[in-house]
Design a protein around this ligand. Sequence first.
Ligand SMILES: [Zn+2]
Length: 291
Amino acid sequence: MTRREAATRIAASPLLIGAMATAAAPKPWKVLIVVAHPDDEYYFAATTYRIAQELGGTVDQVIITNGEGGYRYSTLAEKIYGVPLTDESTGRSRLPEIRQKETLSAGRIIGIRNHYFLSERDHRFTLDAAEALEDIWNCSRVRETLHDLFAREKYDFVFTILPRESTHGHHQAAALLALETAAKLDPAERPVVLGAEPAADTAAPSFGGLPRFALTRTAHAEPEFTFDRRRTFGMHSALRYEIVVNWVIAEHKSQGMFQNDAGKHGLELFWRFESGPEDAAERTASLARAL
Ligand SMILES: [Zn+2]
């Protein structure tokens, strides 16, 4: 057999061709964002954009509450929507629909495939996760929805907000519900749950977990990986992921305070929770390399 004939035979083998194609194809990551409020996708907006819009991945988003609790800061949006949103009863009744539309618009920018609005109450700011978990939200319904989604879609990763004691209790509660749902699955079926927070520089305080909730224990106290929103690309390297993040902020016009975050955090830091599947470390490292 000549070398040319041998090459032809190898190329004609379907098994071999299949194997080569599999090895060469980048993994299309599948991610579910689980957050409490419309606009919480900000925490991982650049990473989401990179996965969904540039790496061919799929990102869905669960938003547990209506996000009507921030009505006091809606002054700028009153002119846009023609509604006195800072009046409590008007804000609480009109913001749920407005915030859904704003979230869908932001989601189109970063490439979210499906949004799941669970429409629980956003009663007020609190640092206590138990308020939402025990009194305000219908947690059995949230758990059921998450379980069905996890089982049906088999996500590789779940992104949540890092549940520090200093962050909104709703953020802590959303992370806990995601972690509980993942932990109930067979280890081989579990997604890797990551907790994220934006930062201006890499000197973020370490996070080992919330003392009251063992499931929030992280694999390492330091972030597993960091996505730099200031990374440049495009013509003359003139563009930055930060631009996309600022577009996301701008879509949430009813959230006045949030507008002050434009250009504030150049980094998205990701911690990995300990209670993951067996290949959690390798899977996370593989995502970090792809990003
Ligand atoms: Zn929030």
